[in-house]
Design a protein around this ligand. Structure first.
Ligand SMILES: O=C(O)[C@@H](CO)OP(=O)(O)O
Ligand SMILES: [Mg+2]
Length: 429
């Protein structure tokens, strides 16, 4: 321990707060004896994978229409606090192992992954604050200087919007901008242009959960055509400058062995052909969850067909879980992993999963959830891990923009040291 720096945990406070859908989630504050404090808020998904760590909700609570999360707060107060008080916040691995052991289940169902993650992240933030170090540098060290390419979800469908669009996320990727700040400007210009294109076509410009527009459309291809027009009308080259990415969220489309989209049921092989045709016709650089979470065989085929042309990202498939990622590596499935802290529930396990991917040639995209908070930890995590990619929504809702603004601040703070991932080939392959 540094002289005069007391980083032992003195107390932890937990409370129920609201997420960006107005539903309850939790935050924790970790107080250290030396005076430093760390606050962390936990997000909540809508298109959650079945293999995610367990988000503990009351279920029978009458608060907020039965969607309270009070039990997770009580678990922090009654079980986590007595165990963690006195531990050294600088020993993140020990803290997280203690939390995992205290829970004792395979999927964090006893304490709740939300309860565990809030404390895990608040501890890291308190430690960084005690050292007077920004979180990205505390977690990443001196090489934490790469700003991620943003995958910006500008048309929302699926479980994130009430429109008729099947694919959950249509993203723009300002791949070849010179800096993160420029990339953000390109993205916001295309977003403004998209609004104009939708209005010209008489389509609605209301937004979905992640802040992208959510118009009713004739097909998934219509969304891609509209995006191509928006990119070009904003003055950018679609492909070289601003590419496209998808999160199909295909688990949500999978019923009785068939994929349901564009108003009809399709076989797994037809789904592969469909995705290949989209890659042939549009400058798509990344496809997330193109197939369902347990359709490993078709995933393998898809990887053989497209894996050397585009980034194939496992979200519901891998759920930030090293065991599931190991299986994917062994089978040759996918080449990229979506990273969501609350899918696995501790900072340490998240970092281990990213590392496992890296050692096996899998890229990582650090991701938000559809139900977010103003917490900006994922911005710091993306820089700390040199992941080179972040997925944090559109340009119209402040819980998303908070992450972009944090990245602007990090880029400014790094000054000459800052490097934009897109400029050094760290973005989507
Ligand atoms: O599917 C996804 O990738 C996420 C975030 O975009 O959505 P959700 O948080 O609803 O799982
Ligand atoms: Mg997803």
């Amino acid at each position: 321990m540094l002289e005069g720096l007391d980083t032992s945990i003195e107390k932890i406070e937990a409370r129920e707060i609201l997420d960006s859908r107005g539903r309850p989630t939790i935050e924790a504050e970790v107080y250290l004896s030396g005076g430093a404090v760390g606050l962390a808020q936990v997000p909540s998904g809508a298109s959650t994978g079945s293999f995610e760590a367990h988000e503990l909700r009351d279920g029978d609570s009458s608060r907020y229409g039965g969607k309270g999360v009070l039990k997770a707060v009580i678990n922090i107060e009654e079980k986590i606090v007595p165990t963690l008080v006195g531990m050294n916040a600088l020993e993140q691995v020990a803290i997280d192992r203690t939390l995992i052991d205290l829970d004792g289940s395979a999927n964090k169902a006893n304490l709740g992954a939300n309860a565990i993650l809030a404390v895990s992240l608040a501890t890291a933030k308190a430690a960084a604050n005690a050292l007077g170090t920004p979180l990205y540098r505390y977690l990443g060290g001196t090489l934490a200087n790469v700003l991620p390419v943003p995958l910006m979800n500008v048309i929302n469908g699926g479980a994130h919007a009430d429109n008729n669009v099947d694919i959950q996320e249509f993203m723009i990727v300002p791949i070849s901008a010179p800096t993160f700040a420029e990339a953000l400007r390109w993205g916001s210009e295309v977003f403004a242009s998209l609004s104009a294109v939708l209005k010209t076509r008489g389509l609605l410009t209301g937004v979905g959960d992640e802040g992208g527009y959510a118009p009713n459309l004739k097909s998934n291809r219509e969304a891609l055509d509209i995006l191509m027009t928006a990119i070009e009308q904003a003055g950018y080259n679609a492909g070289d400058q601003v590419a496209l990415a998808l999160d199909v969220a295909a688990t949500e489309l999978f019923k009785d062995g068939q994929y349901i989209y564009d108003g009809a049921a399709h076989s797994p092989n037809a789904m592969i052909d469909y995705l290949v045709s989209l890659v042939n016709d549009y400058p798509i650089v990344s496809i997330e969850d193109g197939l369902s979470e347990d359709d490993w065989q078709t995933w393998k085929q898809l990887t053989e067909e497209l894996g050397n042309r585009v980034q194939l990202v496992g979200d519901d498939l891998f759920v930030t879980n090293p065991t599931r990622l190991h299986k994917g590596i062994d089978l040759g499935v996918g080449n990229s992993i979506l990273i969501k802290l609350n899918q696995i529930g501790t900072l340490t396990e998240t970092l281990e999963t990213i590392d496992l991917g890296k050692r096996n040639g899998y890229t990582s995209i650090i991701s938000h959830r559809s139900g977010e908070t103003e917490d900006t930890t994922i911005a710091d995590l993306s820089v700390a891990t040199r992941a080179g990619q972040i997925k944090t929504g559109s340009l119209s809702r402040s819980e998303r923009i908070a992450k972009y603004n944090r990245l602007l601040r990090i880029e400014a703070e790094l000054g000459e040291q800052a490097v934009y991932a897109g400029a050094i080939g760290f973005g989507p392959r």
